[in-house]
Design a protein around this ligand. Structure first.
Ligand code: NAD
Length: 392
């Protein structure tokens, strides 16, 4: 169980790029990183595309005014001159800027925590992976809900054979917030999401399916996609060529099959992501609408609901528990867990502790790269008439 006690020798000097006052995701980063004051200290920022607003916001959050920078280039240059300069930056800017900012930060010798979808192409992700390896730096990716303890429970039960042989993986991340085009006109955060120059080659596939895709990799680390078919639509025509709805069928090596539905036009839906893994003996199902419960359904027996924080869970799930059973653990605790893992990874890499790094499970550069690869394969299939394509 986590209680906020220090897990690394000292808090890391941390800065944010993007994630400013009006951003959708910025607070999730700060709440995740600063949940345990033993992991990070927020010492610098370039919060906003509007430098003045970014500086004002940084000062209001308690950052020293001289370390609230106008832009990321200034932040990297000035912090490099300080003995107590930042060690890790989080990048929470729109997708099209992730690659250049990540590359610049790594070149400045700074560890990176970056938003998804990581980059536009897997070639970019491969370059960044090579650069991070050369520099001995960590790149973490904020698949926010992936730190929930019950996902570690799911992983452990599947590995132990509790559901038998895996036959099907059902994945869903859908909402209805873009069922009409009003946000496309009035919300800055939605405008860039349907602009391929800024969002990249996808809308909902990159924006939301990458989260659930990573969760499928987390709970089923051995499963490899062999081929897929992606069918995507722009129900609001002005969003074309970017999709607001997509369905993907997958064939995995070994005969299992999978299905992903990603949508922002699921009108009225207020749940979002769900993963159900169906085995030859039983199924496991978790949804972020009710994250503290894991359904375990054994064929021929009454259904079971496993609750977070209970002693019958696997040690790996209990290790990531924060609040204890009865008290809902959700998105905020999950973000705190992944941020803590990033800190442990960064500290281990600083101290050359390869053993610690090798057994740490968190969304790293490979997870970011796999997310981009997933998107490339989906687009290739969709754009060739929604045909089956070999997974590359
Ligand atoms: P947003 O448009 O709401 O906010 C973007 C923020 O970045 C703003 O503060 C803006 O001023 C700032 N910004 C833009 N360009 C900048 C630059 N060059 N330098 C410094 N700051 C800059 O966007 P958002 O919805 O917060 O999304 C940001 C990123 O986070 C995207 O990649 C998105 O996919 C991702 N996201 C992830 C999650 C998650 O759960 N992990 C949730 C929402 C968004």
């Amino acid at each position: 169980m986590l209680n906020g006690e220090r897990q690394i020798p000292r808090p890391l000097r941390w800065a944010m790029i993007g994630g400013g006052r009006l951003s959708q995701v910025g607070y999730k980063h700060r709440s995740g990183a600063l949940r345990d004051n033993t992991a990070y200290q927020m010492v610098a920022s370039a919060f906003d595309i509007d430098a003045e607003r970014g500086r004002d916001f940084g000062v209001n959050l308690g950052i020293a005014p001289e370390r609230c920078y106008d832009n990321y280039r200034q932040l990297l240059a000035e912090e490099a001159k300080r003995e107590d300069g930042v060690e890790v930056v989080s990048i929470a800017t729109p997708n099209g800027t992730h690659y250049e900012i990540t590359r610049a930060a790594l070149n400045a010798g700074i560890h990176v925590i970056c938003e998804k979808p990581l980059f536009f192409t897997s070639a970019e992700a491969q370059q960044i992976k090579a650069l991070a390896e050369k520099k001995g730096l960590i790149v973490g990716v904020t698949y926010g809900f992936s730190g929930h303890p019950l996902l570690m429970q799911m992983r452990a039960m599947i590995a132990k054979g509790d559901i038998g042989e895996v036959r099907m993986v059902e994945l869903q991340y859908t909402h209805g917030f873009n069922a009409n085009d009003s946000a496309d006109k009035f919300s800055d955060a939605q405008k860039w999401r349907v602009d391929p120059q800024v969002a990249g080659p996808t809308f909902v596939l990159g924006d939301i399916s990458t989260h659930t895709f990573y969760i499928s990799q987390l709970v089923l680390p051995e499963l490899q996609i062999e081929s897929l078919l992606c069918d995507r639509q722009s129900f609001i025509p002005s969003r074309a060529p970017l999709e607001d709805n997509a369905m993907v069928l997958m064939h995995y090596a070994g005969g299992a099959v999978g299905r992903m539905w990603a949508s922002s036009i699921n009108a009225g839906a207020m749940d979002s992501q769900c993963i159900r893994v169906i085995g030859s003996l039983a199924s496991l199902e978790w949804s972020d609408a009710n994250p503290g419960e894991l359904k375990y359904q054994v064929q021929g027996q009454p259904n079971q609901v496993m609750h977070h924080g209970m002693p019958y869970l696997d040690a790996s799930a209990l290790a990531d528990e924060r609040l204890g059973a009865l008290h809902t653990e959700g998105l905020a605790e999950s973000w705190a867990n992944i941020y803590l893992k990033f800190a442990i990874a960064i500290s281990a890499s600083q101290r050359g502790d390869k053993a610690r790094l090798s057994n740490l499970i968190y969304p790293d550069i490979n997870a970011g790269l796999e997310g981009v690869r997933w998107l490339e394969n989906c687009v290739r299939s969709a754009d060739s008439g929604s045909t089956w394509v070999n997974y590359q």
